[in-house]
Design a protein around this ligand. Structure first.
Ligand code: DX5
Ligand code: ZN
Length: 216
């Protein structure tokens, strides 16, 4: 099943709780939470205390996207704060296999993200341990960027790579997704859709509905 994961990076942080409740009530099944450290990516967003507070507002799946260097240092903290899925970047892990095991030991779902320039083949030996792969369709660091077209080809490649091995792994796509390109993105193989700007601008509840209509 295809699911929507609205990215709260595009929300109004001064009323984050209300915004999250609104999209929860509108039926979004996941909540995409972008953590940025000012090192792996240029921006700094928010961290563990914010996730802890939001955990009291909704029981939806917390899809925590860590855009931070050496994430091993904080896996346990994010797990305890309420993350359900923990995503680390291939490019930010010195010992990816160890990091993946750490997330599993915390009892959380594991996802590895690939920047646009990183080929899908780098995941060959760890695929067995993953619940999800995140294909970045923009260079991470900011909301509101333009979808990079060649990532559609990457999605197709990854979907084949996974199905050729008889596996069942979610593919999430993140960056520049909107109501005009979401159908092509799903056709290419993604089943978890992140959208920030396209959900949080204008009528949020209606945007969630429009996405689900297109994602059927
Ligand atoms: C980018 C973040 C995205 C971002 C998506 O670094 O990982 O999750 O919030 O925002 P939009 O949908 O506006 O491109
Ligand atoms: Zn993200």
């Amino acid at each position: 099943m295809n699911k929507l994961s609205p990215s709260i990076l595009a929300a109004d942080f001064s009323k984050l709780g209300e915004e999250v409740k609104k999209i929860d009530q509108a039926g979004a099944e996941y909540l995409h939470i972008d953590v940025m450290d000012g090192m792996f990516v240029p921006s700094i967003s928010f961290g563990i205390p914010v996730i802890k507070s939001l955990r009291k507002k909704t029981s939806r799946v917390f899809d925590v996207h860590l855009m931070i260097e050496d994430p091993d240092r904080y896996i346990r903290d994010f797990a305890d704060a309420g993350a359900d899925i923990i995503t680390v970047h291939y490019e930010a892990c010195k010992h990816l296999h160890r990091t993946i095991q750490q997330i599993k030991e915390c009892g959380k779902k594991v996802c590895v993200a690939l920047n646009p320039a990183t080929p899908v083949e780098v995941l060959e030996y760890v695929l067995d341990d993953l619940d999800m792969v995140l294909i970045m369709s923009v260079n991470p660091g900011f909301g509101g960027q333009k979808f990079i077209p060649f990532t559609l080809e990457k999605l197709r490649k990854l979907r084949h790579f996974i199905s050729d091995r008889g596996m069942d792994i979610d593919i999430e796509v993140d960056g520049g997704v909107n109501l005009d390109n979401v159908e092509d993105i799903i056709k290419a193989g993604a089943n978890i859709i992140v959208a920030g700007t396209a959900v949080f601008s204008g009528d949020k509840a209606n945007n969630v509905k429009l996405f689900y209509d297109k994602m059927k």
